[in-house]
Design a protein around this ligand. Structure first.
Ligand code: HEM
Ligand code: HEM
Length: 162
């Protein structure tokens, strides 16, 4: 019985990556460019969600210094990983809306869009096992400190240019 529950939960969750792709696809079918206010609101929404979701990484780096970790801390990071996952998914959709309707894009912001897409798709593939790739390799790609630093720099540099 317990197994059945887990299985159906797994299946329900599996729909999410495709739902996200559909939302982004539908968005790019709409060529209207008169929603600057929406772009602005979504910029702030995605900024808030990305910050909360990805503070996970520095928090983990700090926590690793204090080994062995108490059970309560291990439990906390399990819950925080769930937050990392769903908040990044929602933040990505918010960013897609923001970027689609934003004026004055530049090459650095375009690069930022591509890196965010890469990190998100890679996270989705790893978490939902969308393709039968080596999980270790997927983790290695996703958990790169340098990629994280480049991502933060692109956000800052790209936006300081507009
Ligand atoms: C990590 C993802 C991103 C975050 C957190 C973010 C956040 C923000 C925020 C908070 C603003 C200020 C909004 C305002 O002043 O009204 C802004 C402005 C802007 N963003 Fe982003 N942004 C992201 C990605 C992108 C991408 C990928 C693009 C373009 C491809 C982009 C293009 C712009 C532009 C052009 C502006 C200037 C305001 C405008 O003309 O709409 N952003 N962003
Ligand atoms: C822009 C978005 C994202 C960024 C910047 C990001 C960044 C990171 C970083 C730096 C880590 C390593 C943390 C550590 O060292 O323990 C990590 C872990 C993880 N991320 Fe993301 N992530 C993003 C989106 C996602 C998404 C959308 C998912 C899933 C749908 C996801 C799933 C995971 C998982 C499962 C881990 C743990 C991997 C492990 O077992 O060590 N991430 N993420």
């Amino acid at each position: 019985m317990a197994n059945q529950g887990t299985e159906s939960e797994g299946r329900a969750f599996h729909i999410l990556p495709w739902l996200l792709a559909l939302i982004v696809l539908l968005l790019y079918v709409d060529n209207a460019r008169r929603l600057e206010r929406l772009s602005s609101i979504m910029g702030y929404v995605s900024a808030f969600l990305f910050i909360v979701a990805n503070a996970y990484y520095p928090a983990r780096v700090i926590a690793r210094r204090f080994r062995p970790m108490p059970d309560s801390v291990i439990e906390f990071f399990k819950k925080y990983l769930d937050v990392h996952i769903w908040m990044n998914e929602v933040a990505f959709v918010a960013m897609a809306v923001h970027a689609h309707y934003a004026d004055d894009k530049n090459i650095v912001l375009t690069a930022l869009g591509i890196v965010t897409l890469f990190l998100t798709v890679e996270g989705l593939v790893m978490h939902y096992r969308l393709i039968p790739a080596d999980k270790k390799l997927l983790r290695l790609l996703h958990n790169q400190q340098i990629l994280f630093v480049v991502w933060v720099l692109l956000i800052i540099i790209g936006h300081s240019m507009v």
